[in-house]
Design a protein around this ligand. Structure first.
Ligand SMILES: [Zn+2]
Length: 136
């Protein structure tokens, strides 16, 4: 065990780097859905469309299991989660052109304009609640 490093008096950065896990993510998906359901006088949510970043390791099966559990007794009980993987978004380091690539193309990703292989990942790790199929 390493002794825990103390944050300097003047303040400092505490590196966390903690992966998000399915349960808290599912909880926030449900919160978002219920908020929108209430705003639209929804009585039943049948399906929820999620967009999950290509780099995210969220497992659709686990999301559904947790969701089934957490949504009991709410208007979203029994709703099906439809997970879509979004492509990775890059920004070219040389000419700043934005472009996308699939997870399996990560190694060969290159700028379509200047051909540079130096690019920064702009997004691909997050997730988003896109829409829901609801009945009033
Ligand atoms: Zn470029």
């Amino acid at each position: 065990m390493h002794p825990r490093a103390a944050v300097p008096r003047r303040g400092g950065v505490v590196h966390i780097g903690e992966a998000m896990h399915e349960l808290p993510v599912t909880r926030s998906i449900l919160d978002i859905v219920l908020r929108h359901a209430a705003a639209h006088a929804v009585v039943e949510v049948r399906a929820i469309d999620l967009v999950v970043g290509a780099l995210s390791d969220l497992e659709a099966e686990w999301l559904q299991l947790y969701f089934d559990h957490l949504s009991r007794g709410t208007v979203a009980e029994g709703a099906r989660l439809r997970v879509r993987r979004s492509p990775l978004r890059f920004s070219c380091d040389a000419c700043a052109t934005p472009f996308t690539a699939g997870r399996d193309e990560l190694e060969d990703a290159r700028c379509p304009v200047c051909g540079s292989r130096d690019a920064t990942i702009a997004s691909g790790a997050g997730y988003r609640v896109d829409s829901m199929e609801a009945y009033g």
